[in-house]
Write a protein that binds this ligand. Structure first.
Ligand SMILES: [Zn+2]
Length: 348
């Protein structure tokens, strides 16, 4: 069995549909009671004992989600070619009001700290460091491409709820129904004690239509910058999970089998990177494994950036699913000039 086939075999397509989760290490991850489970191709949660990640979408679900994006773009803009769309998305003549001020796509963040007494009760400074880390990562300041996405902390609330804090997967539904704010273009970011294996989980933009109330990202409070989850404590778990929220799949999605993550400039990869396996080249296709990519599983110290293609994917997915103009008509492209982009929040 090749590594690629092993990756694909690990999760049956029928098991797809759970939240996307980043795992802390190579350990077994229980499927948990994710509320997203019922929204995928099936509600099944069965996974092999080797499953490292509830996030593996499986070939059927991944290709269906990519097809949904293409269909939505074609319907709205007359083309699904992201290279053709992107200049318009970056310099559209009808800028989204949310972007006009900065030239970047500015994502409003509603930050929800769920804690149990003093446990997990993050300081405002810790939250602001996470936002700054998001802006550094998505701005390409840690080594990758500038995605032209920025994040703005719009609100911060704290909820003392020991059950939600200890079992955010189990209580995902009631927790989000209570705390979630805003619409399709608002990032609701929750922190809780996600677990010892899974570091976080997220919904995809393709899922918004089905259940908008579950839209959002949950990360372990110890994964924030200077948190206690070394070597996953640079704040890159939120960077990774928000990548899913913005429409990116894992770089190892589908292993060596087309379409992989559906992004042309992220080389195929047979399986997730653990640690920092320098020089690894696990697939016959061109390019070494993208182990430094935020959408892989390497240690935070190994993670550096997104690719230009991932930036285009994010902007296309935003236009398709999260723009204020989503649901509008053809030609509703919009951002301001990319040269005017600046980060929101403090530099790292
Ligand atoms: Zn993931």
């Amino acid at each position: 069995m090749s590594e690629g086939e092993g990756e694909r075999a690990r999760v049956a397509p029928a098991a797809a549909g759970d939240d996307c989760a980043r795992v802390r290490a190579g350990g077994t991850v229980a499927a948990g009671g994710s509320a997203v489970g019922g929204r995928g191709a099936s509600g099944g949660t069965a996974r092999s004992a080797q499953a490292r990640d509830r996030a593996d979408l499986g070939h059927e679900q991944a290709t269906a989600m990519l097809a949904d994006l293409r269909r939505t773009l074609l319907d709205r803009f007359g083309t699904s070619d992201e290279a053709v769309l992107d200049p318009g998305l970056l310099s559209g003549t009808r800028p989204d009001p949310a972007r006009r001020a900065t030239g970047a796509l500015v994502v409003p963040v509603r930050f929800h700290v769920v804690h149990s007494g003093g446990s997990g009760r993050l300081s405002t400074a810790a939250v602001q460091r996470q936002i700054a880390t998001l802006n550094a990562a998505y701005g390409g300041r840690l080594g990758g491409a500038d995605t032209h996405v920025r994040f703005r902390l719009d609100s911060l609330d704290r909820t003392d709820n020991p059950a939600w804090f200890r079992s955010p997967q189990r209580y995902e539904g009631p927790m989000k129904r209570r705390l979630r704010k805003g619409g399709r273009g608002t990032l609701n970011l929750y922190t809780a004690a996600v677990g010892s294996d899974v570091l976080g989980f997220s919904t995809f933009p393709q899922w918004y239509r089905r259940d908008p109330r579950l839209d959002g990202v949950i990360v372990d409070f110890r994964s924030l910058p200077y948190g206690s989850y070394a070597p996953f404590n640079h704040g890159f778990t939120a960077v990774h999970e928000i990548g899913h929220w913005l429409g990116l799949m894992h770089t190892f999605e589908g292993g060596c089998v087309s379409p992989g993550d559906g992004v042309a400039d992220t080389p195929y990869e047979a399986e997730p990177a653990q640690g920092c396996p320098q020089g690894r080249d696990s697939c016959p296709q061109r390019g070494r494994d993208p182990i430094h990519n935020f959408m892989d599983y390497a240690h935070d110290a190994c993670m550096r950036g997104f690719t230009a293609g991932q930036g285009r994917r994010i902007r296309a997915a935003w236009a398709a699913y999260r723009s204020r103009k989503t649901g509008g008509h053809r030609g509703d492209l919009g951002t301001a000039a990319p040269g005017a982009a600046r980060s929101v929040g403090a530099a790292r």
